[in-house]
Write a protein that binds this ligand. Structure first.
Ligand SMILES: NC(=O)c1ccc[n+]([C@@H]2O[C@H](COP(=O)([O-])OP(=O)(O)OC[C@H]3O[C@@H](n4cnc5c(N)ncnc54)[C@H](OP(=O)(O)O)[C@@H]3O)[C@@H](O)[C@H]2O)c1
Length: 170
């Protein structure tokens, strides 16, 4: 599978969960973040966009996009014939488009387009708890801030300077 935004708050968990379930994972992120994504367990890393990845002739059963800032259609040729593209986050208009057009894409191309709207469920949280206890899932904390420095933390996030998560101490 491919995880776009693998170095982010969501992506850093997605890489570890995918590995715990036995997937072969390619993490897509900017070059300075690649060592971190490999340290989380990804098998391969890349800073290429979908057009360049397509030229490498590799195809994926599953694409998880936590940073959908470009056309969803650009990712679909990277899927295997019955593959699935999962939009988790990114640009709001892309999310709306995927919600509205996803069923149409899925019908026309066989490849599925789905939007994840995560609702915490006890059964899922228990699976995550087991992974944490087994040492297979951990937060990647890039910095700690006291509550009164929260604006600084948000500024760093907005400037795309954070790997994984920031922790706020209360
Ligand atoms: N659907 C749901 O249930 C759900 C739940 C939680 C969060 N979300 C959404 O998921 C998205 C990701 O959340 P997050 O906490 O992982 O965010 P984040 O920590 O900011 O991570 C996003 C990652 O995407 C990469 N990226 C690629 N292009 C980008 C761009 N143009 N601008 C910013 N980042 C870009 C960045 O990595 P590189 O710099 O290495 O490329 C960044 O680390 C957000 O839109 C959030 O609202 C959805």
């Amino acid at each position: 599978m491919l995880i776009h935004g693998a170095s982010g708050g969501v992506g850093s968990y997605a890489v570890q969960i995918a590995k715990a379930f036995g997937a072969v994972v390619t993490g897509v992120c900017r070059a300075p973040n690649q060592a971190m994504v490999l340290a989380l367990g990804a098998d391969h890393v890349s800073d290429l966009g979908p057009a360049d990845l397509r030229r490498q002739a590799q195809r994926f059963d599953l694409i998880v996009d936590t940073a959908a800032f470009r056309s969803i259609r650009s990712w679909l040729p990277l899927l295997t014939p019955a593959g699935t593209y999962v939009l988790v986050g990114g640009d709001f208009s892309r999310l709306l488009r995927a919600l509205l057009l996803g069923p149409l894409f899925s019908r026309l191309r066989r490849r599925k387009v789905v939007v994840v709207m995560q609702q915490p469920k006890r059964a899922d949280l228990l699976v995550l708890k087991e992974l944490v206890e087994a040492g297979q899932l951990r937060p990647w904390i890039d910095g700690r801030y006291p509550l009164d420095k929260l604006p600084d933390a948000v500024r760093r996030l907005e400037a795309r300077q954070v790997k994984g998560k920031l922790a706020i101490e209360i």
